[in-house]
Design a protein around this ligand. Sequence first.
Ligand SMILES: [Zn+2]
Length: 66
Amino acid sequence: MDQYYVNDDAQTKGEHEVHRESCSYLPKNKTYVGTFSNCKEAIAKAKTIYTNVDGCYFCIPDCHTR
Ligand SMILES: [Zn+2]
């Protein structure tokens, strides 16, 4: 299980990136999403916080789509 966070600041294309707690690129301004066994569940939950979300390329490449 990993703890996931979503960046409060949007990327240039408007999406909010979701990160694992252990990511080197974990942003300062973030909202705790929850603890999940996989990134897809974390993304689904993050979409209840921000409508436009995407997984971080570095820590959850399986959920990175853009
Ligand atoms: Zn990350």
